[in-house]
Design a binder for this molecule. Structure first.
Ligand SMILES: Cc1cc2nc3c(=O)[nH]c(=O)nc-3n(C[C@H](O)[C@H](O)[C@H](O)COP(=O)(O)O)c2cc1C
Ligand code: SF4
Ligand code: SF4
Length: 260
C-alpha cells in the first residue's frame, strides 16, 4: 500500500508510478487529512509512505500522522520522498519512527523532482521540469523494482554537513517558518475557490466579500500558491515575480507514451 502526501503533485506522480509498476493501491493522505478519514490501514504488501522534503525532513504533520496511524498486516515499511536535491538526515528521523512503531525499516530514498519552493525563487520552467522528471524515471524504475522484490532501498543524494545541521535546520523551520501569516492575496483574485479546494488542511476560507483568508494550520505545502489560476497568492512581495509550478499528471504522461 502506497500512502502519499503531495502539495504540487510531484509526490503523487511518484506514488502513482510505484503503485502502477508494482500493482499496488495508492492512498492520498491529502484526502485523509482534509476529510478527517480514519487512520487505520491494512495491507498484505509492505507499506510505502511518500512525502515531499521540507527543510531536510518529512512534513511534521505527516510524521505525526504516520506515528498515530494503525498499520496492520505486513510489518515492512518503506519511506520515499521527493526533493529538489537534498534530504538531509530525513532517513534517520524516519528510521526512528519505524522503530517506535515496531516495524521493519526497509530504507529511504529521495527522488529528485522539480522545485516547488516559490519562496526560494528558483522554480523551473515547464521544459526544465519535464527534463528533470524524465531524468528521474530511471531512479523510479529501480526504486519500484526494489520495493516489489522487498529489497532494502537507500538514498541517492548527499547533503553536506547534514549530520550536524539537519536536526537544527529542520527544527528551526518547523518552529518559525511554517505559517501562512505572510500570505497575501492580490486584486488579481477571481474568487474561484480553487485554493480552498486544494488546501489539504482546510486552512483557507473565502469571506463573504470573496477574499480568501488563511488560518493557523498551514503546513506550507505551497499548493494554494502554485495552483491559483490567477497567481494571486504571494508570500509578501517576494514571490510576485516567481514562476509557479504544478507537476504533470502521471496518467497523462503514461498515455502520452513518455513512460514504458
Ligand atoms: C516549504 C518547502 C521546503 C522545501 N525544502 C526542501 C529541502 O529541504 N530540500 C529539497 O531538496 N527540496 C525542498 N523543497 C522542494 C520540494 O521538496 C520538492 O519540490 C517536492 O518534490 C514537492 O513535492 P510535491 O509536489 O509532492 O508537493 C521544499 C519545498 C517547500 C514547499
Ligand atoms: S485560487 Fe486564487 S483566484 Fe481562486 S479564490 Fe483562491 S486566491 Fe482567488
Ligand atoms: S494554506 Fe496553502 S500552503 Fe498552507 S496548507 Fe493550505 S494549501 Fe498548503
Amino acid at each position: 500500500m502506497i500512502l502519499y502526501f503531495s502539495g504540487t503533485g510531484n509526490t503523487k506522480f511518484v506514488a502513482e508510478y510505484i503503485a502502477d509498476h508494482i500493482g499496488d493501491q495508492c492512498i492520498s493522505l491529502n484526502d485523509v487529512l482534509k476529510y478527517k478519514k480514519p487512520l487505520e490501514f491494512h495491507s498484505e504488501k509492505p507499506f510505502v509512505f511518500a512525502a515531499p522534503i521540507y527543510a531536510w525532513g518529512y512534513p511534521r504533520k505527516i510524521e505525526k500522522l504516520i506515528e498515530r496511524a494503525k498499520l496492520t498486516g505486513n510489518r515492512r515499511i518503506y519511506f520515499v520522498a521527493t526533493m529538489e536535491s537534498q534530504t538531509g538526515d530525513c532517513d534517520k528521523m524516519l528510521w526512528r519512527i519505524a522503530d517506535r512503531k515496531n516495524m521493519r525499516f526497509m530504507g529511504f530514498c529521495g527522488i529528485p523532482m522539480p522545485n516547488n519552493y516559490v519562496y526560494g525563487g528558483n522554480v523551473p520552467t515547464s521544459g526544465e521540469a519535464e527534463d528533470k522528471i524524465t531524468h528521474s524515471l530511471r531512479y523510479l524504475e529501480e526504486l519500484a523494482c526494489k520495493i516489489e522484490t522487498h529489497a532494502y532501498i537507500t538514498k541517492i543524494d548527499e547533503t553536506p554537513f547534514s549530520s550536524v545541521l539537519s536536526l537544527p535546520v529542520n527544527a528551526l523551520f518547523n518552529q518559525f517558518m511554517i505559517s501562512s501569516r505572510s500570505f497575501i492575496v492580490s486584486g488579481q483574485c477571481v474568487a474561484c475557490g480553487q485554493c480552498v479546494k486544494v488546501c489539504p488542511v482546510n486552512n483557507i476560507r473565502i469571506s463573504p466579500g470573496g477574499v480568501p483568508h488563511f488560518g493557523r494550520s498551514c503546513l506550507n505545502c505551497y499548493s494554494c500558491i502554485n495552483r491559483c489560476p490567477a497567481e494571486a497568492i504571494n508570500i509578501g512581495k517576494r514571490t510576485m515575480r516567481t514562476r509557479r509550478y504544478v507537476c504533470p499528471d502521471y496518467s497523462k504522461w503514461k498515455s502520452s507514451g513518455l513512460i514504458d
